[in-house]
Design a protein around this ligand. Structure first.
Ligand code: PSU
Ligand code: MN
Length: 317
């Protein structure tokens, strides 16, 4: 049996694959565990359309009926967004949802695995998981970082949320050999805010430059992922000072309720939405759409780059 026997492509993705059109992967945990209904499904639809408008094809990834779905038909997206027993699937959980038949939403880590299996190399999301504040005590480090270190997919995100320990997250990414690119910025974006106050390790200013960089990196075996951080549009930004107290309160609430493991991120996100009275949700929507547009531009630019060739007989001096 091969991984391809588990995949089901949407009609749109199948057509794109057959005709060599650029495809952008999208995760589904943001739909089921990251945003409340009905904003979650409205956003998912808008994000898919943003990708089409930029000349690429969206592939929202999830597990339904024991199939790893690469692209969801509109009725499946609605079904997923309203289902109540959805398993949050990271690397550890993906095969479980595929075996039991429980619907599964994919995190950044699991979406990278699925995208790679379907030969999709660009993926747009909101924010990645990272090293949580207090990780020196809790050891809470997202499997997303491990996946970025091993799976060759370019993830476009708005940086790391300030509920994470951003300096430690950067250190782990460096250890795992993940290039972190600031798109049009020298300062690493911090999700709701355009700036974290930390330097972005690299800066690139065009989708073409990013596509060329990915193609060069792909010439090496086991090169792993690339993280492109794209600042939220200024008009939707919330300053770090404005967010700080809400983040602290949300983390304290998680501690008080003894939330651990994979429940931490969804719990803290829901608490922050509640505390900001929906303002953080509007920012979240704006930045995901912005990332989808950039990911589509990168996927379009990649068409100019031929795939990896392992023929070493044509080595030149
Ligand atoms: N950060 C966000 N929104 C999200 C997530 C993270 O701003 O929806 C989701 C993503 O799916 C990410 C996952 O991959 O949470 C990370 O979860 P954990 O920290 O449990 O690895
Ligand atoms: Mn965790």
């Amino acid at each position: 049996m091969q991984i391809s026997s588990l995949l089901s492509l949407s009609s749109e993705v199948r057509d794109a694959k057959e005709n060599g059109k650029p495809v952008v992967a999208l995760e589904s945990t943001i739909i089921t565990h990251g945003m409340p209904f009905p904003k979650n499904v409205e956003t998912a639809r808008m994000v898919e359309q943003d990708i089409r408008d930029a000349g690429a094809v969206p592939a929202t990834i999830a597990v339904l009926d024991k199939r790893l779905r690469i692209g969801l038909e509109p009725e499946d997206l609605d079904r997923l967004a309203q289902a109540e027993n959805v398993l949050k699937c990271s690397r550890a959980d993906l095969a479980l949802a595929l075996t039991t038949g429980q619907p599964g939403a994919t995190t950044v880590a699991a979406t990278m695995m699925a995208a790679h299996a379907a030969e999709i190399s660009v993926f747009a999301t909101g924010g990645i998981g990272g090293v949580h504040k207090g990780a020196e005590k809790t050891f809470d480090i997202s499997a997303d970082l491990e996946e970025l270190g091993r799976t060759p997919v370019c993830v476009v995100a708005a940086g790391a949320k300030a509920l994470l320990d951003i300096p430690k997250t950067l250190e782990v990414l460096e250890t795992k050999g993940v290039p972190v690119v600031g798109y049009g910025t020298n300062d690493l974006p911090a999700f709701w805010s355009r700036q974290s106050g930390l330097a972005a390790p690299y800066r690139m200013d065009t989708p073409e430059e990013i596509a060329a960089f990915i193609a060069t990196r792909a010439l090496f075996e086991d090169h792993g992922g690339v993280l492109v951080t794209n600042p939220v549009p200024s008009e939707a930004e919330i300053s770090q000072e404005d967010m700080a107290e809400h983040i602290d309160a949300a983390i304290r609430a998680a501690e008080a309720d003894a939330i651990t493991g994979k429940d931490v991120t969804p719990f803290v996100l829901a608490k922050i939405f509640e505390l900001t009275g929906g303002r953080s949700l509007e920012t979240n929507i704006a930045l995901v759409r912005n990332n989808a547009r950039l990911a589509a531009q990168i996927a379009v630019a990649q068409v100019a780059w031929p795939g990896r060739s392992t023929d070493i007989t044509n080595i030149t001096e």
